[in-house]
Design a protein around this ligand. Structure first.
Ligand code: AMP
Ligand code: MG
Length: 427
């Protein structure tokens, strides 16, 4: 599926640190080369979480007709001047109107009509008296209040008048926006489709869960983890499985992935290993190029377009793959999905370090931390050993503490930005 047009200079020919591309620049380069998927008409039921690509005006008033805000009685307010709980006014019950009733009785002077919430206000009536202020007495109703004109009535167009723009192009279709589209009677909207992302792992050593583990073999964790991360980012993710480290298998696998997806994520085979044919095959399929991003974990990566779709080559180490996905791939997938610039990245908060941390000079570090309330704002504590093979450090993480490339470490109590990973985390 060809979805984005490669453009711009890649890789950058003059990185700030020779051989290493600063993290922020890598992020900028990646995002620059991603084009949102062209908008398509989407049925409402599929549009939740997608990004709108048209301004939407209400074709109808909401509500479409004046209706009752309460269960009670539709009245002529003039009949009830001076009515109080102590001195209720007696009027004759002359009919009923329910939500959905089309043929409405006329409310004559001296009469009332029973009405339910949302039912159209019948002709003649100009107010509603809530049932709580009334008592039935044979054929009559005793009404213990004098409602204002239009009292307890929702006017036609009170929420939205026909012709009003209710949603703007570029807006994310959150649940309330979907409700609004349904309210104004729109079954289909023009929106960016949810991207389909194919996740591929490479490596002869990999064995899927459920299969026996032979000598020298390890579990393929990345396919499943990256697909789960992509799903959490709001795209359709499909793990295509493992590809063996040989040219024919990689060529066939990547060609299929690019044909079936709007983007491909691959892990493994982008470092300088002996049997890493991945780089060679990817270069042949397009302009996918290895580069070293000045970040830890996750330095060796590849990026570009293969058979016309963006391809993110992540390191094989599970922690590296996890982190690179969160800070580089996730924003790119959201751009592909049409998200606006301010909504690409996970939110960041400022926290204080509960302990001193170290960081390699010249690389941005993303340390896995828990977040807890502290005396002066959130407190970030390391989740344990930070090695790039220690996946348990990610499991426990509420966030990624960002140590800038210029720092070789930070003392306890220092302020750090933390990329918040848990949507429900709150101080
Ligand atoms: P590579 O980037 O291919 O050199 O792999 C780096 C390390 O990550 C090696 O220890 C691999 O065994 C490991 N690795 C590669 N792919 C995966 C995967 N899909 N799941 C878990 N570990 C992996
Ligand atoms: Mg490998």
């Amino acid at each position: 599926m060809t979805t984005t047009a490669p453009d711009g200079r890649f890789p950058p020919d003059r990185p700030a640190v020779p051989g290493l591309v600063p993290f922020d620049e890598a992020r900028r380069i990646v995002l620059e080369r991603i084009r949102p998927l062209p908008p398509v008409p989407l049925p409402l039921a599929e549009a939740a979480g997608c990004v709108l690509a048209e301004d939407v005006a209400a074709a109808e008033d909401i509500p479409p007709f004046a209706n009752s805000a309460m269960d009670g009685f539709a009245v002529r307010s003039a009949d009830l001047a001076g009515a109080t709980p102590e001195h209720p006014t007696r009027l004759r019950l002359a009919g009923e109107v329910f939500a959905g009733t089309a043929r409405l009785p006329l409310v004559e002077p001296g009469t009332v009509v029973r009405i339910t919430t949302g039912a159209p206000l019948p002709p003649g009536a100009d107010a509603v008296v809530p049932v709580e202020a009334t008592t039935l007495d044979g054929p009559d109703v005793l009404l213990g209040m004098a409602p204002a004109e239009r009292g307890f009535v929702r006017a036609a167009g009170e929420d939205v008048a026909a012709g009003t723009i209710v949603l703007r192009s570029g807006q994310v279709l959150e649940p309330a926006a979907i409700g609004m589209l349904a309210s104004i009677g729109r079954p289909v909207v023009l929106a960016h489709p949810r991207p389909t992302v194919i996740v591929v792992s490479t490596g002869d050593e990999l064995v899927d869960p459920g299969e026996p583990l032979g000598p020298g073999q390890i579990r393929n964790s990345n396919s499943f983890m990256l697909a789960a991360q992509a799903t959490a980012a709001g795209v359709h993710a499909f793990p295509l499985g493992r590809l063996r480290d040989d040219v024919a298998a990689l060529e066939a696998g990547f060609t299929r992935a690019a044909a079936e997806g709007n983007a491909v994520i691959t892990s493994g085979g982008v470092s300088v290993g002996e049997h890493d044919y991945t780089k060679q095959v990817l270069a042949e399929l397009g302009d996918v190029t290895p580069w070293r991003v000045a970040m830890q974990p996750g330095m060796p990566q590849a990026f570009g377009h293969a058979a016309g779709v963006p391809l993110f080559g992540l390191p094989g180490n599970p922690v590296s793959a996890f982190v690179v996905f969160e800070v580089l791939v996730r924003p790119a997938l959201r751009k592909l999905a049409g998200y606006p610039p301010g909504r690409l990245d996970r939110p960041r908060i400022v926290a204080r370090l509960a302990e001193p941390v170290r960081s390699p000079a010249g690389k941005t570090s993303f340390l896995r931390v828990t977040l807890a309330p502290g005396p002066s704002g959130p407190l970030a504590s390391l989740t344990g050993a930070q090695g790039s093979g220690v996946l348990s450090s990610c499991v426990a993480a509420d966030g990624l503490a960002v140590v800038p490339a210029a720092e070789r470490g930070l003392p306890e109590g220092a302020e750090v930005e933390v990329v918040v990973l848990r949507e429900d985390w709150g101080p």
